[in-house]
Design a protein around this ligand. Sequence first.
Ligand SMILES: [Fe+2]
Ligand SMILES: [Fe+2]
Length: 348
Amino acid sequence: MNENILIVDDELLVRELLTTALTYEGFTCHTATNVDEAFGIMDVQQMDLVISDIMMPGRSGMELLRDLKQIDEDIAVLMITGLTDTQTALECISLGADDYIAKPFSITRVILTVRNLIERRQLALEKKKNQASLESRVMAQTEQVRSTMFELQSAYNDTLTALVKALDAREKEAGSHSERVMNYSKLLAARMGVDAHRREQLAKGALLHDIGKIGITDKTLLKPSELNEQEWREIHRHPQVGYDILSQIRFLKAPAEIILNHHERFDGRGYPNGLKGEEIPIGARIFALVDTLDAMTSDRPYRGALPFDSVTDEVTRCRGSQFDPDIADLFLSIPRCEWEECNDKRLL
Ligand SMILES: [Fe+2]
Ligand SMILES: [Fe+2]
């Protein structure tokens, strides 16, 4: 045991008495005759406990206590008061003193109190240390969980993308229509000022928009000739089928709304529910434009890719009927090169 104790008292006798007794108990004692000297010593030596008189020439022990607790809140302070009035003692406690002893004191009582305070301080420091290590363990574990979530999320995105690519391949798509409309919708949504979270949901909905085609037979989906009424009915089920599959998955609920509504038209003549205007979720209204963009500018079995100008003609023509007019205007304000950049695909 060699804790450092600073004894601050203007009376030589008190300093000597305390130093002798506490040194005998195994403590390392330092002495100061006034507050300024005390701070001078503490500049060079860290103390575990300060024993301070209250009435001293110059600054008082109360001022020492107040300044000291501001510098080091963990330091133990024992006040020795020559004033027998309890008011001063209580004031010391409220300023952060750990205990007080009234003069004249019994040296045994001082030693007991000092031991007690030193022990209490050590326990408090230990608790603080444990708290800090607990906090850093919690932080490390949180980081671990976050990175696992991130890996999970990207594995999950890769799985969805692979699934969608397989579906696109079934329709003999050149490249992936689904991935391209995902990128186009991110561009248009960003231009509309849609926030990042909803942009992400839209992107997922765009990527998965035709997932319901999984339920359509090859015979109908790949039929090269005109479809009959029953085959059209089968085709028209794909938004609902897609919705039914994905709305079961908690974090795909919002994308599922886009999937359900991706064939609705602004004038109410779309399917499956014939929603009109702003009844159609905004994501689905954005999607309708970029789906048309990619469908028209990609090769089809019965025609080659159409030029970008024919897309703008079509959007202008169907502004207000198939498409939300405001979103259509915004679409038309984006130059061809920006659409080309977002998929690295040249448009004619
Ligand atoms: Fe579709
Ligand atoms: Fe599509």
